[in-house]
Design a protein around this ligand. Structure first.
Ligand SMILES: [Zn+2]
Length: 263
């Protein structure tokens, strides 16, 4: 059944309960944004993954007229625990947190949930949660990492953890927060250290040996003193570039929500 809405508020925590009651009658679709509080190098704030996921999700919810669930700021990122300020929750804690939030939404009438993910390390816990929720409730789930949309539609190669596209998007999402990004620090970033002569790490779990990807769990500090895993220093990051990426990614997710309406 098609359900077109005209919600005055989309963010569930902002609603009074009668408003929430009406919102759940208006739409059976909700968005859940999941981020992380994790270092990305000395040039970026710890909340960057949360700011990306929540900022995209809010714009999509407002444009598409669907419920926006309370943000989950925490993610699974134990490999960054050597860096001050990193907060990681356990794999099963994240999966169960997502499950409990979704069970509550489903109890109130939500039947379809789009999870917008802001952090690569969350992929496993989110996939586990959605699979179990489908078995337990029959609800429909879509999980998407925003950067895969950027790579496909903005034709931008992802420049890695702390790289320029993420910085540009952060600048676009926080136009009045000049204290968050330090581009002078970005200029000083060093390349990732190889593990051996022939094992080249890509990130905390994937490395390349003889052009084949192998899985090697490593801590970020073993391969990067500064914490960034960018493939080049993000010196070309700009707010304008971020706004372009944001528009493309938000429009993609609005199309996806409209497709979910037809199910
Ligand atoms: Zn991350």
């Amino acid at each position: 059944m098609l359900r077109w809405t005209n919600l005055k508020k989309v963010y569930l925590p902002d609603m009074r309960w009668p408003e929430a009651e009406k919102a759940f009658e208006e739409t059976d679709i909700a968005i859940l944004a999941v981020g992380a509080i994790e270092q990305h190098g000395p040039h970026l704030p710890l909340a960057v993954d949360h700011i990306h996921a929540s900022g995209i999700a809010r714009r999509v919810a407002e444009k598409a007229g669907v419920i926006l669930a309370p943000y989950i700021q925490f993610g699974y990122c134990p490999w960054n625990s050597d860096f001050p300020g990193n907060i990681s929750i356990r794999y099963n804690v994240l999966a169960n947190l997502v499950k409990d939030v979704c069970h509550s939404l489903i109890r109130h009438g939500t039947q379809k949930i789009l999870i917008i993910n802001g952090h690569g390390g969350n992929t496993g816990p989110l996939s586990l949660a959605a699979r179990q929720l489908k078995e337990e409730t029959g609800a429909f789930f879509v999980i998407s990492d925003w950067w895969t949309v950027m790579t496909e539609f903005a034709r931008k190669e992802h420049k890695g953890h702390g790289g320029s596209h993420g910085v540009s998007l952060l600048l676009a999402l926080t136009p009045d927060r000049s204290d968050l990004v330090d581009l002078n620090e970005a200029k000083k970033l060093q390349p990732i250290k190889p593990l051996s002569n022939n094992i080249i790490p890509k990130n905390e779990s994937k490395s390349i040996f003889k052009s084949c990807t192998v899985e090697i769990p490593i801590n970020t500090r073993e391969i990067s003193e500064n914490g960034s895993l960018a493939t080049e220093p993000p010196i070309y990051a700009t707010r304008q570039e971020g706004e372009k990426i944001l528009e493309i990614v938000v429009n993609y997710f609005v199309d996806l929500i409209n497709e979910m309406r037809t199910l």
